[in-house]
Structure formats: C-alpha cells, structure tokens
Design a protein around this ligand. Structure first.
Ligand code: SAM
Ligand code: ZN
Length: 136
C-alpha cells in the first residue's frame, strides 16, 4: 500500500511534503526518483540553480527536479523525522521515528559547508543547512 503524503505550503520553505496518515518508524515512504547523471553534468546543473540534485555514488548523482518526483518537496531540518536510505538501485525516504498525520516530512540534506541559512525552526537548529557532522 502506498504511503499517503501531500504537498502543501511549508513554514520552512516554499512547498513541503506532509504525512497524510500516521507512518511507523522504519517505513519506506517514497523513493527519490530522477535522472541519473554524471558528476560533471551535476556541476553544470547546480551552477544553473538546480536545487534537486542528490549524491548517489562516486560516479553518479540523481537529478530529482522532475515534477513526478514527489520527494523533491521534502525540506531540510536540523531535527529531521526522515533519513535517506540508499539501496543498489533506489534512494528511499524512510521514517526515522513514528510520524503523525499532518507532520511535515524532513531529512538532513547533509551539506558540507555553511552556504545556505536554515529556516527549519528546530530548537537545536544550527542556523545553516548543514550535516550534523559539521556543526560546531
Ligand atoms: C529540494 S527543495 C525542497 C522543496 C522546496 N521547498 C520547494 O518549494 O520546491 C530544496 C530547496 O528548498 C529550500 N529549503 C529546504 N529546506 C530549507 C530550510 N531548512 N531552510 C531554508 N530553505 C530550505 C531551499 O531553497 C532549497 O534549495
Ligand atoms: Zn535548521
């Protein structure tokens, strides 16, 4: 059974993705789908302002900009309720804990530099869209 989610305006940024039902911890909610592109092509697309590129492995990234990629609406949080699980073929958005109907889905984007200010609103927000590993 597909997990029910909906796209709606987010207090974090633009549109966000919200749970439309209770979701149990460990559930694979939706895949992050898109075009598989080489790293060099990713650099070009990132420079052109594409905010939907996800690192997949040492050779390839996934460009999830397509509107069929519902996971593209998931915002970053410093206190996320989801994580991204990578299998050989798929990037899955997985619930890190029980998520109630109506909660916004978030994961940590895992950025390595303090480049973008974060608006997640979590009490422990580090101020930037940044992997916890780099919080100081
Ligand atoms: C993958 S999109 C997420 C969906 C986006 N809100 C939309 O309406 O299409 C990533 C972009 O959303 C915004 N964003 C996501 N999380 C954010 C956060 N915690 N603080 C500020 N902006 C955020 C940034 O502009 C980022 O480049
Ligand atoms: Zn934050």
């Amino acid at each position: 059974m597909p997990i029910r989610v909906r796209i709606q305006p987010s207090p974090i940024a633009g549109q966000g993705l919200f749970a439309a039902q209770e979701i149990k911890r460990g559930t694979r909610i939706i895949p992050y789908v898109g075009e598989k592109i080489a790293k060099a092509e990713s650099v070009k697309r990132l420079r052109a302002g594409n905010a939907y590129i996800f690192a997949f492995n040492a050779r390839y990234n996934i460009d999830g900009e397509g509107l069929d990629n519902t996971a593209r609406y998931i915002n970053h949080s410093c206190d996320p309720n989801c994580l991204v699980e990578q299998t050989a073929t798929t990037l899955w958005i997985v619930a890190m804990r029980r998520i109630k109907a109506g909660e916004e889905l978030t994961y940590n984007y895992g950025y390595e530099a303090k480049k973008y200010r974060c608006n997640c609103g979590a009490p422990q927000c580090c101020g930037y869209i940044l992997d916890e590993e780099y919080w100081s």
